[in-house]
Ligand binder design. Sequence first.
Ligand SMILES: NC(=O)c1ccc[n+]([C@@H]2O[C@H](COP(=O)([O-])OP(=O)(O)OC[C@H]3O[C@@H](n4cnc5c(N)ncnc54)[C@H](O)[C@@H]3O)[C@@H](O)[C@H]2O)c1
Length: 272
Amino acid sequence: MNVLVTGAFGNGGQAVSRALLQAGHNVRMADVVRTGTMEFGDAEFVRCDTRTASDVRHAVHGMDGVIHLAAWHCAHQPPVSDDTIFAVNVDGTFNVLEACRQEGIRSIVYASSMAYGWGSVYGVSKVIGEDLCRAYHEMTGASIAMLRYHEFIPRPYLEFGARLLRNGVDRRDIASATVKALTAANKKAFKLFGTIVHTDHGMPEQVVVDFARLGPEWCERQVPGAMALLEKYEISLPNEVEQHDLSEAKNVIGWQPKVGFVDFLRNLKKER
Ligand SMILES: NC(=O)c1ccc[n+]([C@@H]2O[C@H](COP(=O)([O-])OP(=O)(O)OC[C@H]3O[C@@H](n4cnc5c(N)ncnc54)[C@H](O)[C@@H]3O)[C@@H](O)[C@H]2O)c1
């Protein structure tokens, strides 16, 4: 497919673009800035501010599918103003969906968030974004996937591991879910589809709900030496692991996460 990725030089956008290129798609990377050019040699770059309708129309032209990631979120330092968050996340999303309507795009993936909600301008920008997706699906019949990503902000490795047990997900899983969703949209596997994108550690339910007590021994059975690693690196363990039912994503778009806490432990054991 010819695929446009907006926000393509961001953390998620680079991972998604790389996964699309590896899967053999033609990738057009759209962003306000271009960074890290070498590894995306086969991709086309278009400068596009999603707040500007003509930029977006130009970027969408000639594509078969669109992955809309461009947004500001609350983790940027120094912070981005709520005004800018609203303009980019809401007006930008409207411009992308409107350009898709004008250009006849039938396969769209929208980056939503677990921050979806009414507690912040960022959260409500994702509520409006999903509503816009619903509206454009109703108006055009396009297949649209709305993916509520968990957190994949880059962190020091030990912190990343501890987060996997909570609200963290590896960005390779973000990328694979996004590419699977686009491919399924192209096959008309759904009309309007929403799912959470999170990790799965393959733990029995009793370990999930009583991790502080049962988790370390379960980890030791998966990765010999794990208990010593947890102690040595003082990895903070939650009482209960955050785990969602991801079976709909498996059934509808054929996606399952691959990177869990056991992979983190195996890597830690190998590297340290
Ligand atoms: N990072 C997370 O933990 C997380 C969690 C849930 C959802 N999300 C969502 O995933 C998507 C990608 O997040 P990320 O962490 O890769 O973000 P990021 O900040 O790393 O990248 C965002 C990219 O968007 C670009 N951008 C900003 N304004 C733009 C504009 N007006 N026009 C075009 N491009 C613009 C930026 O230059 C940047 O390259 C976003 O929609 C975000 O809300 C992220």
